[in-house]
Design a protein around this ligand. Structure first.
Ligand code: UDP
Length: 295
């Protein structure tokens, strides 16, 4: 197991008030595995979650070349490996856009153990703002697929929470076929309204990893509110991933993924997403505006 080295760069990149980890998929998987494999942790309600006082990292923001970003009330949170309960978020421009005006959501994102840049819009936004997520984007579904692959090697278990009734079960079947050795500890659909019921189900399953797939920002808020009531060390918010794992929704072809155009593919297949996707050009507009205003 790898431990954090003191000389490792500890930095986040600020994109409109949300601090993203500049790490590769492999590094993200390594960190998540380190937490999963750590033993002797207190995973009870008293175990600490990342908090507002953990701010000893280097925080690199657009203000390096421009004005301070404190009008966004950015808080810096420790991005070092901590062998304790944590949640991982994978925001896209739409969520960053919502977080601009929603302090609770912004803090929820910034308190995550890892904040992974899911969409190409985030890496472009960072570049326009004068900073760089030099290790590229980390699509949540690719990160989790790589993590499950690693977990399968040592028979680790995952609990699938979210999507319509029946979807998580189908996703579990497919994931076990794809990653022999992986254990599906349990499932719960995303329309059970009582969080205590879900937490009790998760606790009786003792999973090594919890996937929370309720769509954003519902899943981020659920993780922040409920992780402390569960016995899991680590959970990841993963939007519509269970629909994809179950084969109910097709991911964009590889070429679209490579070009960062998955959003376009989804828009063509699901035109009703237009009202959500309108936030992408708004996000880019504000990013450009900020950069111009800063110079
Ligand atoms: N969902 C859920 N409970 C809810 C609302 C949504 O489980 O109360 C599920 C929904 O069935 C779908 C996922 O959350 O599987 C949201 O998918 P979407 O692609 O919209 O999420 P995104 O990845 O865009 O955040």
């Amino acid at each position: 197991m790898r431990h954090a080295k003191n000389n490792e760069p500890k930095e986040k990149v600020d994109v409109l008030g949300v601090g993203f980890n500049n790490i590769s998929i492999d590094e993200a998987v390594e960190r998540a595995m380190a937490i999963i494999e750590s033993s002797g942790n207190d995973t009870s309600e008293n175990a600490s979650l990342p908090n507002e006082n953990a701010n000893n990292m280097i925080y690199r923001s657009a203000s390096e070349n421009s004005r301070p970003s404190d009008d966004y009330d950015v808080k810096a949170f420790d991005s070092e490996i901590k062998y304790e309960k944590t949640y991982i978020v994978t925001p896209n421009p739409e969520i960053v856009w919502l977080a601009r005006r929603d302090e609770n959501l912004r803090n929820t994102l910034n308190r995550a153990g890892l904040v992974l840049p899911d969409g190409v819009g985030i890496t472009i936004g960072a570049r326009i703002l004068g900073t760089s997520l030099s290790k590229g984007r980390v699509p949540g579904i690719d990160f989790v697929s790589a993590l499950l692959e690693k977990m399968a090697l040592t028979g680790k278990s995952v609990f699938l929470f979210g999507a319509k009734p029946g979807v998580a079960e189908d996703a579990g079947e497919k994931l076990m076929q794809k990653h022999p050795g992986l254990v599906i500890a349990g499932t719960a659909d995303g329309y059970i309204t009582n969080s205590d019921t879900v937490a009790a189900r998760i606790n009786s399953a003792h999973p090594d990893l919890l996937l929370v797939c309720l769509g954003a920002p519902k899943q981020e808020l659920w993780m922040a509110d409920n992780l402390s009531h569960t016995d899991v060390k680590i959970c990841v918010g993963l939007g519509g991933a269970l629909d994809v794992f179950a084969g109910r929704v097709k991911r964009a072809p590889k070429l679209f993924q490579k070009l960062g155009l998955e959003w376009l593919y989804r828009l063509v297949r699901e035109p009703r997403r237009i009202t959500r996707m309108i936030k992408l050009p708004l996000f880019i507009f504000v990013v450009i505006w900020r950069r111009l205003w800063a110079n």
